[in-house]
Design a protein around this ligand. Structure first.
Ligand code: SF4
Ligand code: MG
Length: 316
């Protein structure tokens, strides 16, 4: 089976003054049709930048992204149009990402205009259908974003992304700005839509708690680097990388007996600046298991167990 999206040695650097901010270093991943990859790491680790560069909302510094075998960075803007229809994004902040002066009908209808997919009564019906599809009443068509709750706004953002019948969606922290009580509803909606529409997701989040329930596989990033990739259950049950272990130990366990007896790994210090990352392993300034070699040599990405990858000298 050919992966739907193949990402090869993708790098994205930004110039900051006369220095380079290496937001994404050597990102390599195959994403298969119908699966959900969870992409996890603390804020500023390059997750959103990776997501946007994969969609070519940013041009890469190096590397390639193949969509159904086609290198999207080699396409002209005109050729890109058809690909853009198939690759959509759902944003973190449903407050900031919807134009406050547009009605719901136009917010959801705009992608249909851009891709010339429907107009007039057909467009109206399509928008009505999409609203109902994401669990909102079609009576809301003429309202404005401020008239909705955060969860409802995220549903509008999802309907907008779905309008053009995409195949691959980057969900950039779609639940982080929502109340905890609403988060599960939106995750369940995304799961249902995935089943009925055959969608493929890259689901970005800053912690592992919700990601577990939606992801088939999980990729953990730290300071622009991939540190671990595994099936969701393997990553939770046998995390290899010390950073993944620390992220997992930060999730509260509902059972107080287990919670009490559990060892919590507290990471010292702040995430270093990506403009001035540590030598060697990027995690060495905070890693409880750091060794001498870690401060000098960056660890290689390696398949430690079957389908379970990590970059750490503990597994050299
Ligand atoms: Fe820790 Fe060294 Fe592994 Fe980096 S390579 S995660 S510093 S043990
Ligand atoms: Mg982000």
């Amino acid at each position: 089976e050919t992966p739907l999206v193949q990402i090869r040695n993708l790098k994205k650097y930004f110039k900051v003054g006369n220095r380079l901010l290496k937001a994404v270093n050597n990102f390599t991943l195959d994403i298969y049709s119908g699966e959900t990859i969870g992409l996890v790491g603390e804020s500023g680790c390059g997750k959103s930048t990776a997501g946007r560069t994969i969609l070519r909302l940013y041009e890469p510094s190096e590397g390639e992204v193949l969509f159904e075998g086609q290198n999207i960075y080699q396409l002209s803007e005109n050729e890109m149009k058809n690909i853009r229809r198939q690759m959509q994004i759902i944003f973190q902040d449903p407050y900031a990402s919807l134009n406050p002066r547009m009605t719901v009908e136009d917010i959801i209808g705009e992608p249909l205009d851009i891709h010339k997919l429907a107009s007039g009564q057909k467009r109206r019906e399509r928008v009505q259908g999409l609203l109902e599809y994401v669990g909102l009443s079609s009576e809301h068509m003429s309202r404005f974003p401020h008239e909705f709750s955060g969860g409802q706004r995220q549903r509008i953002g999802i309907a907008r992304a779905l309008a053009v019948d995409p195949r691959f969606i980057v969900c950039d922290e779609p639940i982080s700005a929502l109340d905890v009580s609403i988060q599960a509803q939106v995750v369940n909606l995304l799961k249902d839509l995935q089943k009925s529409m055959g969608l493929t997701y890259l689901f970005i989040a800053h912690d592992l708690s919700m990601v577990r329930y939606i992801s088939d596989r999980i990729l953990v990033m730290y300071l622009g680097n991939m540190v671990e990739l595994a099936d969701s259950s393997a990553l939770h049950n046998e995390p290899l990388h010390p950073y993944t272990q620390a992220l997992l130990s930060a999730i509260p366990i509902p059972d107080p007996k287990i919670e009490k007896s559990r060892e919590r790994i507290v990471l010292e210090g702040e995430v270093p600046s990506p403009i001035n990352p540590p030598e060697g392993c990027a995690f060495c300034t905070r890693c409880p298991k750091a060794m001498d070699i870690c401060k000098v040599t960056a660890p290689e990405w390696k398949e430690v167990k079957e389908n379970h990858f990590a970059a750490c000298h503990l597994f050299a």
